[in-house]
Structures are given as structure tokens and as C-alpha cells.
Ligand binder design. Sequence first.
Ligand code: SF4
Length: 326
Amino acid sequence: MELKQEMNINNEVLVEVKNLKKYFNLGNGRILKAVDNVSFNLKKGETLGLVGESGCGKTTCGRTILGAYDATGGEVLFQGKNIYTMDKKEKKDFRRDAQMIFQDPYASLDPRMTVGDIVAEGIDIHKAYTKSDRQNRIYELLQLVGLNKEHASRFPHEFSGGQRQRIGIARSLAINPRFIVCDEPISALDVSIQAQVVNLLINLQKELELTYLFIAHDLSMVRHISDRVGVMYLGCMVELADSNELYSNPQHPYTKALLSAIPVPNPKIERNKKRIELQGEVPSPINPKPGCRFKERCKYAKEVCGQVTPELKEISKNHFVSCHLY
Ligand code: SF4
């Protein structure tokens, strides 16, 4: 698969995430710190990949940015406005402008609804089109994602996983959003279908000038769609850089380990490649100990790593790392 071509990204910031925190109180003094002090921004027309193992907080981060969860601390600004303090009208506009594509194309589509009604969910909620325009809009959306008019009267069980994800994408586009959180949109699909869905998302982005937060645990596929990539570990952002820079020059010990596990399609290189084995288990995000969250598994850990939480620092242009080695 080809890498994403340089896109027309302007410097206008669409989404700003500032020191975002989302904690869940589990009772008995146990606090699950799913997202802890995460900051980044998204420029118009850009794709930021957000990667990390299961349980690192990336999905919670995406949902909190969309306002599906109230933040425990920090801010999310959409076009300069804090989404948590918006008035009713601003919130309504934000809900049109910001959408989500879900991970599981089987669970996210109501099996009792026709594809047309599923795609039109947002249109109906926001009363965005007249009755006749609604039908035309459904046909237009189905064609936009590589399906056709005849599919509108069918039900989700009549479609393959890849086609269902196309239906989910059509639904997210129904009311002309500007920002989409793609929550692991390809991880439930066969590898052969994943590339098709990624290519569709890239083409839609160009055509509709969309901005994506693309959440995934598969680092190899994220590279194809992302302009920049952020790596999360146990609720914290540990590295953030332009995509090419991150893949060719990773700095954080965790990013290096993740990248070393990606198979290379050349058998000779793959045979000689040194894989970095992570030591120990992923610690619990409940009541995390002070200092760097990665210290239990890091072979470079020193005394300070157990005492002081490293800040995300810019170590070279647009390359940020949170580690006491830098
Ligand atoms: Fe390792 Fe310390 Fe860096 Fe954390 S801060 S990644 S423990 S060296």
C-alpha cells in the first residue's frame, strides 16, 4: 500500500486538547486514570494517529474529546471554543461537526434498521434535510463510500464486514462533519479489507476536507493514513511526531519496542531484525505509582524515573518525547 500523499493541510488549528484528564472512580479509593494530562492539537485537513496497546486510554481519549464523557480536568477546544462550556446552540453545532466511526461494524449497526435509516440517523436527529432530499442524500452517501442505491433497503446482516464498515462511514458523513474520530475502524476487519477501508478514508478526507483522529493499535496501518502519530502508554502521551520521523527515528523506549515488533515484508531483513522484548506486565492504570508509567518495563529506568513524571518535551522540531533520557 502507498503511503498517504502530502495533503493540503493548512496551519489553522481545528481541535486543541489541553492537559486532558479522564478518571473513573471505581470506589474504595480506587481511581482509574484512563487519560492523564494529555495534550495535542489537530490542524484542519490533518490525520493524527493515536496508537498504543489495549487499555492505554486511546479510545477513552477519543470519546472525551467528542464530549461523550465529561473530562475530569483539562480542556478540549473546537475552533477555539471549549466544548465543555458551550451553550446549547454551540453544542448542537459541535455534534454535527464532530462524528465518530466505531470499531465494530457488527455491533454498531442496529440489525432491525434498514441501511438507509441507519445512514440517515444524523439527518433525522438534526432534521437536516427535507423528506425527498433525505432519500437523495442517502443514495449520495452510499455511492460516496462505494455502495449503491439498492443497498438502502437492505439490512446489515446482508453485508460483509468491510461493507458494514462502509455503512458506518456513510452514517458518520451524513450531516457534513468536519472532524471524525475513527476508533479502531479497521481492527475487526480481515487484513485484505483493511487497506480498502484506509484508502476510502484517505480519499474521503481529500474530497471532503476532513480532519481525523485515527485510533489504532496496529502501528503499520496507522502509518499509511497519518500525518503525525502520537503514542500512548497507560493514559499518557509518551511520544508525538510527524509520521515519517516517528517511524524512522523513534526515541521513547516504548515506541522503539512497539516499532521493533512490526513485521517487515522482506524475509532477509525480517530474519535479521532485532526485536525489543518488553520486560514485565502492563501495570494497572488504577492508582498508578508516581513517576514514569513505563518504568516497570524500561531497561533504562533510573532513580528519577520512579519519582518524577517526565513531561512531554520538544526534542527536535515537532518531535515530542516524555522521558528522562532526553
Ligand atoms: Fe524509561 Fe525513565 Fe524514560 Fe520512563 S522516563 S521511559 S523509565 S528512561
